[in-house]
Design a protein around this ligand. Structure first.
Ligand code: URA
Length: 220
């Protein structure tokens, strides 16, 4: 069973700048730039994920001849958790522009307690059997909403593989998801920008970046 965690900020690259800008309280005041940086990270992580997919040969005709190329073999479904996931989802969709989409609505009914309840609705057009499913959630805090989303998705079929894509995670959430995903008989990968050390009492990632949904779209 393929399992892999890829952490983007373990290498020096321009992605470090995007992550730092996401965290910076001054730059966060520009919500358009905040969304743009999430989108850019989504694209970069999707590109890394694309290196693990299967491809079929594809020949293209150029004005001067033919060139052999390749395209993804399997159907791809990009899923996100509303609302904070939207900009990263958009970046992932730019990489996989022929993918289908699915959306999950989710919220914490009781913030700051151990018992975080999640209410979700799954919206998708058809089943996920044999497909590559990319689940985009920018903040992997406790992992409970992401796991809830995965369980909802799995009611719609058995994907060939699941790829989780996040900007920042807490070590606790990364461990939780790794454990939960290992209980499924489905290969999975986690593609993440950075893993931070802890969560606070309200289940926010520390140092993290604050509330990603509010920073993208304004306070609730
Ligand atoms: N969701 C956020 O937006 N931020 C966190 O730190 C955790 C969850």
């Amino acid at each position: 069973m393929g399992k892999e965690i890829y952490i983007l900020n373990q290498q020096s690259s321009i992605a470090q700048t995007y992550l730092n800008e996401l965290r910076d309280v001054e730059i966060q005041k520009d919500s358009m730039r905040f969304r743009h940086n999430l989108q850019r990270l989504g694209f970069l992580l999707a590109y890394e994920a694309s290196k693990t997919l299967d491809y079929t040969p594809h020949e293209v005709t150029t004005p001067l001849g033919t060139s052999s190329s390749q395209q993804p073999k399997d159907d791809i479904v990009v899923t996100t958790i509303l609302r904070a996931g939207i900009p990263m989802y958009d970046g992932v969709l730019q990489a996989f522009d022929r993918a289908q989409s699915a959306f999950i609505g989710s919220y914490r009914a009781s913030e700051g307690t151990e018992d975080v309840s999640i209410v979700s609705n799954y919206i998708a057009s058809d089943n996920l059997d044999g497909k590559i499913v990319l689940v985009v959630d920018p903040m992997l805090a406790t992992g409970s909403s992401l796991w809830d989303a995965c369980e909802k998705l799995l009611q719609n079929g058995t994907p060939k593989a699941i790829h989780l894509i996040a900007a920042i995670g807490a070590q606790e959430g990364v461990d939780f998801m790794t454990e939960k995903m290992a209980t499924l008989n489905i290969p999975f990968h986690l593609w993440i920008g950075a893993v931070d050390p802890s969560l606070n009492e309200k289940h926010y990632i520390v140092p993290g970046l604050g509330d990603a949904g509010d920073l993208c779209f304004g306070p609730k």
